[in-house]
Design a protein around this ligand. Sequence first.
Ligand SMILES: NC(=O)c1ccc[n+]([C@@H]2O[C@H](COP(=O)([O-])OP(=O)(O)OC[C@H]3O[C@@H](n4cnc5c(N)ncnc54)[C@H](OP(=O)(O)O)[C@@H]3O)[C@@H](O)[C@H]2O)c1
Length: 387
Amino acid sequence: MLAAADFAPPFVREDAGLADSGIARVALLGSGTVGQAVLDRLHCWRGTDRGAALRLVYAANTRLALRDSAGLDPLLTKSRLVDAPSAASGCESGALARALGSRGVRILVDASADGGVATRHPELLRAGIHVATACKLATGTSLALWEEIGAACADSGVGFGDRATVGAGLPLLRSIRELCAGGDRIHAIAGIMSGSLAWLFDRFDGTRPFSALVREARNAGFTEPDPREDLSGEDVRRKILILARAAGFALASEEVKVQSLVPPELATLPLCQLDEALSRIDAPISAMLSRAREQGRALRFVARFAPGRASVGVEAIGAGDPLAGGGGTDNRVAIWSDRYANQPLVIQGPGAGPQVTAAALLDDALGLRAAALARSWNGSGFPLSRE
Ligand SMILES: NC(=O)c1ccc[n+]([C@@H]2O[C@H](COP(=O)([O-])OP(=O)(O)OC[C@H]3O[C@@H](n4cnc5c(N)ncnc54)[C@H](OP(=O)(O)O)[C@@H]3O)[C@@H](O)[C@H]2O)c1
């Protein structure tokens, strides 16, 4: 685990040549499904301009930290991190900050799922380290943390890349920000934002119990190992918070009304007892399906935001609804704004999965580097020279 000292300002002498070269130093946290896909992508980039732009100097999970200022080999790093025994203790205090140094473009790629790391993003940003994250816990939970991250970016002139947090890189946050930058006010956002819940409701036609589909989705890796994390709606709450906040609304977590599909008696069960009790979710969901069908509608798990109103839960959607369509694990999001007042902008596509998420993280890392270099060239930012 990273200690607070991991984020302390570095104190060792660093390679000034690298700092001045425009090559970004990158630290990766996490070697789970997303972290491994990041390392695979970095491996594929070897020998290309993209590969030369980002130098992986630090990579860690909770069991092992690896560091090399000359650049870590991505595939070797992947196998060492994945195979690290749980007893290994490689996370030397201050290692992340020392590996990144104190000059030049420095980027943390956060592919951990750790709230402790997320709460330290402001500290890193204030130390001049850009952050690209897939973890929703930084900007999709407490309003105070979201505000702190914004203030840290503004004060230190560094960037926070969040395109992997919602829709795994689908152009959702980007579109909202571009509409706002162009003078539009966002009127409303609605979407199917959970790949697992999209798959479940797409497949649920009443021929099999909903709980059987949940087991199938879990076995196929569409849900978290504990499917209650998906069924509770909490993950979708974080996503609508991130989108609404990107649209300029300081929405607090408790302002989003969430309909959980997990009955209270299941919420506290140990995971090992869940399978046996899962069929208790079936009756209410079957009743919802019958009602929806009487109206010629289909069930979907939908997040909605409009100023003053935000909700997450099951809805009966008619064929003409902007959220109808799509299939499988697709995300589908509709955005209403001044220019899209009557007919919304609709964005649809694969919104989960390690490869698209890793691609989004590295798109952000490249973008953060490019923006930092552009600032240095016009004399307003980092002590860098062109590569
Ligand atoms: N999977 C997707 O399709 C997807 C899509 C969008 C966003 N995301 C987000 O991406 C993040 C990663 O997802 P995942 O599926 O790869 O998760 P995962 O498989 O559970 O992997 C999490 C990784 O983070 C490491 N980790 C946890 N705390 C850490 C710390 N303090 N320092 C360093 N490493 C730490 C873990 O270390 P150990 O290996 O030692 O346990 C593990 O390697 C999550 O926030 C998730 O919500 C995932």
